[in-house]
Design a binder for this molecule. Structure first.
Ligand code: 13P
Ligand code: SF4
Length: 322
């Protein structure tokens, strides 16, 4: 009899090419769609049907005819896909791949935070748990936060969380006060001003582009600030031939694919805090993705009541950013 550990051992010996062929075959057999974030490994991006930023992936989860969604990203992304599609099987190669930013915002603390500002609405970054989405009025991503906040009457107080850097960026850009939760993404928050200035001096012809999860001291030096998809789009359209990319370096795979002649330099790490790669996104390996499809497990599940509550703020986001 073949045991799960026999299968794992067999899979460990397969080449990337063989795994890709097997994944493609299972995709047809299961009527599955593979959604992958830009920060995943290149081989995962190669087998994915849709590679996108958080908003594009939430939209793809909403509009597809597949029976099975395989989500190569972090937990909150697969959870959001399940909330949108309660009747579909949602699989994740490694459900242990959580987003530390999302996990830093605990339900009871956020509930108390909200209670401290009873006249404020809560606009919450999609990088949050279902419980936090359920406590929020509107979900947003870095692609649509600005557009959504502009639709809120100026006299309405807003709580924004959990990312303090994205929040501070929006406060400055929109000239609008918001009450910020003090969470941060360890990947983006690790970039420092001194090393960014050094990189700009080292590559004087390159444009610095940055994700708004970076600190303000970094953003102030950037020629362009935007979500992962906006940064990608910028590099395709701008005439510049080289870029210093201050976000997770996984995006460089797609930037190079879309603009073959251009040069992309990962923003330098600060040696005192060298954490500018998202370990959790890289937990999505091809063998784990194949095994998840083969075993139809690990499956993502969400409690029905929680799902209904969290869906309201996700639906509001999709309506307001349509
Ligand atoms: P976007 O995909 O919305 O740019 O967010 C970046 C990120 O850190 C995802 O976890
Ligand atoms: Fe979370 Fe940051 Fe990783 Fe995105 S890059 S999943 S925000 S830890």
């Amino acid at each position: 009899m073949t045991t799960p550990s026999d299968i794992q051992a067999e899979v460990a010996n397969l080449s990337t090419e063989e795994l890709i062929v097997r994944v493609q075959a299972l995709k047809k057999e299961l009527n599955a769609i593979i959604l992958a974030h830009y920060y995943t490994l290149p081989e995962i991006q190669q087998v994915a049907d849709i590679v996108g930023d958080s908003l594009a992936l939430a939209r793809a989860a909403e509009k597809n005819t597949a029976d099975v969604i395989v989500f190569a990203g972090v937990y909150f992304m697969a959870e959001t896909a399940k909330i949108i599609n309660p009747d579909k099987l949602v699989l994740m190669p490694d459900p242990g791949a959580g987003c530390p930013l999302a996990d830093s915002c605990a339900e009871e603390e956020f509930r108390a935070f909200r209670a401290g500002h009873p006249d404020a609405i809560a606009i919450t970054y999609i990088n949050s748990t279902a419980a936090i989405k359920a406590l929020s009025d509107i979900t947003c991503t870095s692609s649509n936060a600005e557009h959504i906040i502009r639709q809120i009457p100026p006299e309405q107080k807003i709580i924004f969380g959990p990312d303090r850097n994205l929040g501070a960026y929006l406060v400055k850009k929109l000239n609008r006060e918001m009450i910020l939760w003090q969470g941060f993404c360890y990947v983006h928050d690790a970039f420092s001003e001194a090393y960014m200035i050094q990189a700009c001096a080292m590559y004087p012809g390159a444009e610095l582009i940055a994700h708004p999860e970076c600190r303000e001291e970094v953003l102030r030096h950037a020629a362009f600030v935007g979500s992962t998809a906006a940064l990608l789009d910028y590099t395709v359209k701008s005439p510049s031939q080289s870029y210093i990319v201050a976000t997770e370096p996984g995006i460089i795979y797609e930037m190079e694919r879309r603009s073959p002649g251009k040069t992309f330099i990962p923003a330098p790490k600060d040696p005192s805090n060298p954490r500018s790669v998202c370990k959790q996104m890289k937990q999505n390996t091809l063998d784990k993705l194949y095994l998840a499809m083969l075993n139809r497990s690990p499956e993502i599940t969400v409690d029905a009541t929680l799902r209904e509550e969290a869906l309201k703020s996700i639906r509001k986001m999709l309506e307001m950013s349509a």
